[in-house]
Design a protein around this ligand. Structure first.
Ligand code: NAD
Length: 287
């Protein structure tokens, strides 16, 4: 058996086309969606992520406001700027690229972003709303995975879903979204005793570990849907996921590649959240 491959680039292009149409319509109503992106320091991976986000905004007709600070900036300076952005009606989304240098309390910075502009979905209130299955800005990577399930017609009700990884940005919100969708969810992590026992009974297996090609074909249930969230850079400079694609694709029914799988969906959902926020602002302003 060879798995069908979920093309994240194609799905992303389709959804971004719809987002661009919504952005154009909002701009015509006098509210151009705007995302503010804060980058502190010179972490090369963060710089690439921020560049990609800003460029994706431009292509979708979303205004972006890029704010760069040196690595030794005082947290008070960034907090003061956040307060200004919160109060600025022309800004609809605020994103602080993580990780932040050690003088910052990351949780405090995320809490300082207005809940109504928290397009990354990391504010504790949005996380709480997600856990209660209430409307909230959803964290972009797991939300992008849910879009993939929807586009592929993957039925989640009653299935066994196993998420490897329990981070705040991927593993935990992924588990909550799957739970809300009716899956029976198991969260595995570095302390899990018998990982293979869990993965081999997963109808849906999501890998968000950060270890190249960690999940091999023998860990996959035949016919399973395998979602690879990992982005790892190999010594030769190439990117690979947390799943050993070559062996897993011979067992799985559906699988995402890296690159070209979950990665492009993450930025797409950030654009979508920004447009949703701008739409709310336009309605509130009677436009
Ligand atoms: P993280 O380091 O915060 O979390 C990794 C998780 O993996 C932890 O919960 C840990 O317990 C678990 N883990 C580590 N070793 C394990 C093991 N041996 N067995 C089982 N579990 C183990 O990472 P993260 O921020 O959640 O990111 C995970 C991966 O996803 C990384 O490769 C990251 O680059 C990638 N990522 C991709 C996107 C995207 O847009 N596609 C977005 C965010 C993160």
């Amino acid at each position: 058996m060879t798995a069908r491959i979920i093309d994240g680039n194609a799905l992303s292009a389709r959804v971004r086309g719809e987002i661009a149409e919504r952005a154009t319509a909002l701009t015509a109503r006098g509210v151009q969606p705007c995302l503010a992106v804060i980058l502190v320091g010179e972490n090369p991976a963060s710089a690439v992520y921020v560049r990609n986000k800003v460029s994706a905004c431009e292509k979708a007709g979303i205004r972006s406001l890029r704010l760069d600070y040196p690595a030794d900036v005082s947290p008070e300076v960034v907090m003061a700027r956040l307060a200004e952005l919160n109060a600025d009606p022309s800004v609809h989304g605020i994103l602080v690229q993580l990780p932040l240098p050690k003088q910052f309390d990351e949780a405090a910075v995320l809490e300082a972003i207005s809940v109504t502009k928290d397009v990354d979905g990391f504010h504790a209130e949005n996380v709480g709303r997600l856990s209660q299955n209430q409307e909230a800005f959803l964290p972009c990577t797991p939300h992008g995975v849910m879009k993939m399930f929807e586009a592929e017609g993957v039925d989640l009700a009653g299935v066994e879903a196993v998420v490897i990884g329990r981070s705040n940005i991927v593993g935990k919100p992924m588990a909550m979204l799957l739970t809300n969708a009716g899956a029976t969810v198991t969260v595995c992590h570095s302390k899990t005793r018998d990982l293979n026992f869990h993965t081999r009974r997963a109808d849906i297996l999501v890998a968000a570990i950060g270890k190249p090609r960690f999940v091999t074909g023998d860990m996959v249930k035949p016919g399973a849907t395998v979602i690879d969230v990992g982005i790892n850079r190999l010594p030769d400079g190439k990117l690979c996921g947390d799943v050993d694609f070559e062996s897993a694709k011979t067992v799985a029914g559906l699988i995402t590649p890296v690159p070209g799988g979950v990665g492009p969906m993450t930025i797409t959902m950030l654009l979508e959240n920004t447009v949703i926020s701008a739409d709310r602002a336009a309605r509130a302003a009677g436009k």
